[in-house]
Design a protein around this ligand. Structure first.
Ligand code: HEC
Ligand code: HEC
Ligand code: HEC
Length: 125
C-alpha cells in the first residue's frame, strides 16, 4: 500500500538534500552567514568575499611560502605588502578569536587544528 505521490515527493526531497552541497556552492553561499564580530580596520588582506571563501587556502599558501620558500612577504591583489604570519598579521586585527573565527567555525562545524601549536588571542574572549 504505497501512496505514489508521497513516494515521488520523498525522492525529490532526498535528491535535493543529497545534492545540496553542490548546488548551494553554485550560488556562493556554501556556509552560513553568522554575524561575526569584524575588527575595526578598513579592510582585510584581500577583499571580504575572497577572504570568506578562500582564507583556508590563503593560510595554507602562507604556511608553505613561509616554511618551504622562506618567503615572509605576501603581496595582495591591490599591491599592498603583508608580513606572512598567522599570529602577527591575521590575529593582530582579528583579536576577537571567539567572536570571529570560532563563531563562524562552530556554526559551520569546522574546527581547525592550528591552535595546538599557534596561540589563540585571548582579548575579547
Ligand atoms: C589589517 C587588519 C586585518 C588583517 C591583517 C586581516 N584581516 Fe581579515 N578582516 C579584516 C576586516 C576589517 C574584515 C571585514 C572586511 C569587510 O567586511 O569588508 C575582515 C574579514 C575577514 C574574513 C571574512 C569575514 C566575513 O565577512 O565573512 C575572514 C575569513 C578573514 N578576515 C580572515 C583573515 C585571515 C585568515 C587573515 C590572515 C591571513 C586576516 N583576516 C587578516 C581585517 C583584517
Ligand atoms: C564567516 C565565516 C568564517 C570566519 C569568520 C572564519 N572562518 Fe575559517 N573557515 C570557515 C569555513 C566555512 C571553513 C571550512 C571551509 C572548507 O573546508 O572549505 C573554514 C576553514 C578554516 C581553516 C581550515 C580548516 C581545515 O581543517 O581545513 C582554517 C585554518 C581557518 N578556517 C582559519 C580561520 C581563521 C584563523 C579565522 C579568523 C581570523 C577564520 N578562519 C575565520 C569559515 C570562517
Ligand atoms: C604541529 C604544530 C603546528 C600545527 C598543528 C600548525 N602549525 Fe602552523 N606552524 C608551525 C610552526 C612550528 C611554524 C613555523 C613558525 C616560524 O618559523 O615562524 C608554523 C608556521 C605557520 C605559518 C607561517 C608563519 C607564521 O608565523 O604564521 C602559517 C601561516 C601557519 N603556520 C598556519 C597554520 C594553520 C592555518 C594551521 C591550522 C590549519 C597550522 N599552522 C597548524 C606549527 C604548527
Amino acid at each position: 500500500m504505497y501512496n505514489k505521490k508521497a513516494v515521488c515527493i520523498g525522492i525529490v526531497i532526498l535528491v535535493a538534500l543529497l545534492s545540496s552541497p553542490f548546488w548551494v556552492g553554485l550560488f556562493g553561499t556554501d556556509y552560513k552567514e553568522t554575524g561575526v564580530v569584524k575588527p575595526n580596520q578598513d579592510a582585510c588582506v584581500e577583499d571580504a568575499a575572497f577572504m570568506r571563501a578562500q582564507h583556508m587556502r590563503l593560510l595554507n599558501e602562507w604556511r608553505d611560502q613561509a616554511l618551504r620558500n622562506e618567503n615572509r612577504t605576501y603581496v595582495a591583489a591591490n599591491g599592498k605588502k603583508w608580513e606572512i604570519s598567522l599570529q602577527n598579521t591575521c590575529m593582530k586585527c582579528h583579536t576577537n578569536y571567539a567572536g570571529f573565527c570560532q563563531k563562524c567555525h562552530l556554526s559551520n562545524s569546522v574546527s581547525p587544528y592550528c591552535w595546538t601549536c599557534h596561540i589563540i588571542p585571548t582579548e575579547g574572549k
